[in-house]
Structure formats: structure tokens, C-alpha cells
Design a protein around this ligand. Sequence first.
Ligand SMILES: O=P(O)(O)OP(=O)(O)OP(=O)(O)OC[C@H]1O[C@@H](n2cnc3c(O)ncnc32)[C@H](O)[C@@H]1O
Ligand SMILES: [Mg+2]
Length: 171
Amino acid sequence: MKIAIGSVNPAKVKAVEEACKEQDIDVIITPMSVPSGVSNQPFSDEETIQGAVNRATNCLLEENIEIGIGLEGGVVETPFGLFVCNWGALVVKGESPIIAGGARIRLPEDVAERLRKGEELGPVMEDVSKVRNVSKKEGAIGIFTNNVITRDEMFTHVMKILIGQFQFRKK
Ligand SMILES: O=P(O)(O)OP(=O)(O)OP(=O)(O)OC[C@H]1O[C@@H](n2cnc3c(O)ncnc32)[C@H](O)[C@@H]1O
Ligand SMILES: [Mg+2]
């Protein structure tokens, strides 16, 4: 099966590889830089889901790809503070999208304030953690959980929920 992941971010690519390996799925995975069609910093579940679906769908514009995967990070405002949210979409050519969400974590208020003022989480996290390319590595979730859960592990979980639903649909 030829599948594409709509990002070249190593944390996302690794998640797809890990989940397929764990589930014993025989695939050729192509990382592809495609537009998410939403803002660089999605600010709601809806916008983040849309980004994931758009990435997956855009992968399918490539002729030989049968399944497109989109993984998208965003933030959500709540009465309890600003949370990081993560969504994934798996689209089989010609079928409706399969969607799954990932773990959430509340951002410290100083980080949240900078995002509300228009900064992107990636650069803010680099500044706060002093880790370069943090969004390609452990991510905000890794930093704020003392690396107990890293961004690729979180996305691997999302991927497994997508694969599980894909298998259920095929039954
Ligand atoms: O190359 P792409 O696939 O776009 O990877 P990305 O790291 O930019 O990831 P997203 O577009 O999905 O995330 C939207 C923004 O939020 C940031 N972001 C999301 N989750 C993050 C995390 O866990 N740690 C650090 N930055 C994160 C990210 O760097 C972007 O600025
Ligand atoms: Mg991005």
C-alpha cells in the first residue's frame, strides 16, 4: 500500500512509521510537504481538524498515493486556559475522512499569552525551552511532561487510532 504523510516534520513522519510497524502494516510511506490550508497556528479544534483533513486530501493529488495522512497541531482556548490540541486524518482516495484526536496539555500562562498576541507555538517553545527545532523533536508536550510523552509518541497514538478505525471500516 502506498501512503503519504502530509508533512516532512520528523516527529510526524516517525509517528506514521512507528504506528504502521507496530500494527504490522506493509506500506511505503512518502513524506510530502503539502499546504494545510489553515493558519500556521490553528486556534480551535475545528481549524486544526480542517488542517489535518486538508493535508491528507492534498496528498491524494499525487496520482500513485492510495491513502493520505494529515497530522496537525493547534491550540484551543478554554475556561481553564489555552491547551495544545492535536488531530489526525486518514483519507482513502474516494472515501470520507477518518479522524482522531490526541492528548492535550494546558500551556503555562506566559506561553499562552504570547500565542494570544499572535506568536506561533513552535518559536515560542524554542525560546522558552532553549531547545532548537523543538516542534520537530519532543514538542511542547515533551517539554512540559518532562519527556514522559514526546510529540512523536503522542502522534503515534493518534496514528494508531486512525489505523484501528481504518481496519474496522474494512471489516
Ligand atoms: O511542518 P509541519 O507539519 O507544519 O509541522 P509543525 O511543527 O509546523 O506542526 P503544525 O503545523 O501541526 O503545528 C502548528 C504550530 O504549532 C506548533 N506546535 C504544535 N504542536 C507543538 C508542539 O507540541 N511543540 C512545539 N510546537 C508545536 C508548530 O510548531 C506550529 O507553529
Ligand atoms: Mg506547520
